[in-house]
Design a protein around this ligand. Structure first.
Ligand code: DGY
Length: 324
């Protein structure tokens, strides 16, 4: 690392070990209060800091306007996330801004979260626990809190990348039958017996459970809408740990309220953290605050990967996880 210690503007509080490495190798401008910055304030702070790189998070909307307003001395935008739908890559390329992300290291934690939500939704985890906490559990009942068995059921995975495959591995341990849809089938050694559906709507038609693992793009926005939900088997269960806007909230809420879908487990929401209030009134949803990657090991690893990317930029090398 050069002796000049490049100035890195950090938009959110990061794990202690990550901030320690940042402080060792860079001149970081940290966000000790951890309050997300509005776009104009973010730009102003980056300018005032004289930053040469920004270490950002999915809570920062790096739109074309924000990117255009960044000073030319900002060379890189390293996001502390695998997803980069919050960054306008076209604008970044136009401004010669290197963009990097943090793939791989959060695969297991996110797949664990998807499996957790799948089980929680199937077994009415929230409703059952609330009963106990409210003091309303009066006795064991043969017909009480009846959920859906997962073993033997067909799990449809929309987006069979790293996280989709890691979920498939977990779900096989629960004797689920794996089906998937993606742009192309996986090589046989990675497919591991999973059934490929070239047409996502064919996948929906057989998915007793559906877990979303595609990136958010203009093609996948509101992928799961009312028309597609109608294609799913009655009583199906939906899990989303990818991005909220892949689901049309009103359509999902209507299907959960009306009984077309039995349950849902959601870690991400359109417009989060302000979620559609319709979800809050439903007993058959488990709602998490975007915690897919939230383990100590994973969050440390995400920070270290973001720093590996910055080290490469300032060391004159190609960053290992460059997306623009
Ligand atoms: C990501 O990395 O994209 C997640 O949404 C946050 O871990």
């Amino acid at each position: 690392m050069s002796a000049q210690h490049p100035v890195v503007f950090v938009t959110r509080r990061l794990p202690e070990a990550v901030e320690a490495r940042l402080t060792r190798d860079y001149t970081p401008v940290l966000n000790v209060d951890d309050t997300p910055f509005a776009p104009a304030e973010l730009v102003e702070r980056v300018v005032n800091a004289g930053a040469e790189a920004v270490l950002c998070c999915p809570t920062d909307k790096m739109s074309a306007d924000v990117i255009a307003a960044l000073p030319n001395k900002v060379r890189a935008l390293a996001t502390f996330s695998v997803g980069y739908d919050h960054i306008d890559l076209t604008a970044a390329k136009a401004h010669d801004l290197i963009v990097t992300n943090t793939p791989d290291v959060l695969t297991d934690a996110t797949a664990d979260c998807a499996m957790l939500l799948l089980l929680a939704a199937a077994r009415r985890a929230w409703s059952a626990e609330s009963l106990v906490r409210r003091g309303d559990w009066t006795n064991w009942a043969p017909t009480g809190q009846i959920g859906t068995q997962v073993s033997g059921k067909r799990l449809g995975i929309f987006g069979m990348g790293r996280i989709g495959q890691a979920l498939a591995k977990r779900a096989r341990g629960f004797d689920m039958e794996i089906h998937y849809s993606d742009l192309a089938p996986l090589p046989l050694d990675q497919e591991q017996g999973a059934v490929f559906h070239a047409d996502p709507e064919e996948l929906l038609g057989i998915a007793e459970f559906l877990s979303l693992h595609c990136p958010l793009t203009e093609d996948t926005r509101h992928f799961l809408d009312a028309r597609r939900i109608a294609l799913m088997p009655d009583g199906a269960i939906v899990v989303n740990t990818a991005r909220g806007p892949i689901v049309d909230d009103e359509a999902l809420i209507t299907a959960l309220r009306g009984g077309k879908l039995a349950a849902a487990g959601l870690d991400v929401f359109d417009g989060e953290p302000k979620i559609n209030p319709g979800y809050l009134a439903l007993e058959n949803v488990t709602l998490y605050p975007h915690i897919g990657s939230a383990t100590k090991e994973t969050r440390d690893a995400m920070g270290f990967v973001a720093l590996d990317n910055l080290d490469a930029v300032f060391g004159g090398r190609t960053p290992p996880n460059r997306v623009a």
